[in-house]
Design a protein around this ligand. Structure first.
Ligand code: PRP
Ligand code: URA
Length: 207
């Protein structure tokens, strides 16, 4: 299932990201805000717990997301602001890290570090802003699947139709929540119109 957000605020924030004048700190803030919007939508049906708390009128059982059943996994570097955003929303979730780099000649992703916590029986929120060829996401999902989670949900900011199709074909059981599906990829496998290189835009490394 691929679910593209349609809210006008979401689309406005995506436009801000495309704007080259957006500096790195505001770029990361916008990524973080969009991530929260994606998480709200993705967790709409997530099971709730009753937690005993002390309210101003005494003890009460109140609804809360079972955060400990959630593992947020990021793909470095560009996914880092998305991870921070999810962890602000769900501070009791655990976090996992995958470091990947696309080879800019072959356009294939190379995994060079992974640090995943216990994922067995948990819901994974896999966060990466860009789905271009889909290669990074497919490699990430392949690895995460070996950890036996009960469900995997991907949160992405911008994707190409061909990349999303490739991910869906490889892993049809993964739900993808995305802020914007763009038009295509160029010859260098960058998303058009896209926003450029999300890692560079976040961390001032474009030169
Ligand atoms: C970006 C992005 C994805 C990947 C998408 O990372 O964050 O991980 O490209 O491309 P794909 O769908 O064709 O695999 P990048 O390799 O640019 O690394 P960075 O985050 O360090 O900039
Ligand atoms: N990675 C990015 O950051 N942007 C693209 O358009 C493609 C891959």
């Amino acid at each position: 299932m691929i679910y593209e957000l349609s809210n006008p605020i979401t689309k406005t924030l995506v436009t801000h990201l495309r704007d080259q004048r957006r500096d790195a700190i505001r770029f990361r803030h916008t990524i973080a805000e969009l991530t929260k919007q994606l998480a709200y939508e993705a967790l709409k049906e997530f099971p709730m717990l009753q937690r005993k708390i002390t309210t101003w009128t005494g003890e009460a059982y109140c609804d809360t997301v079972d955060e400990q059943k959630i593992v947020a996994v990021t793909v470095l570097r560009a996914g880092l602001p998305m991870l921070e955003s999810v962890m602000e929303l769900l501070p009791e979730a655990s976090a996992g890290f995958l470091a990947m780099k696309r080879n800019e000649t072959t356009h294939e992703s190379v995994l060079y570090y992974d640090r995943l916590p216990n994922c067995k029986g948990k819901t994974i929120l896999l966060v990466d802003p860009m789905v271009a060829t889909g290669g990074s996401m497919i490699d990430a999902l392949k690895l995460i699947k070996t950890k036996l989670p009960s469900k995997i949900i991907a949160l992405n900011i911008i994707g190409s139709p061909e990349g999303l199709k490739a991910v869906q074909a490889a892993y049809p059981d993964v739900d993808i929540y995305i802020a914007q599906i763009d038009e295509s990829l160029n010859d260098n496998k960058y998303i058009i119109p896209g926003l450029g290189d999300a890692g560079d835009r976040s961390y001032n490394t474009s030169e």
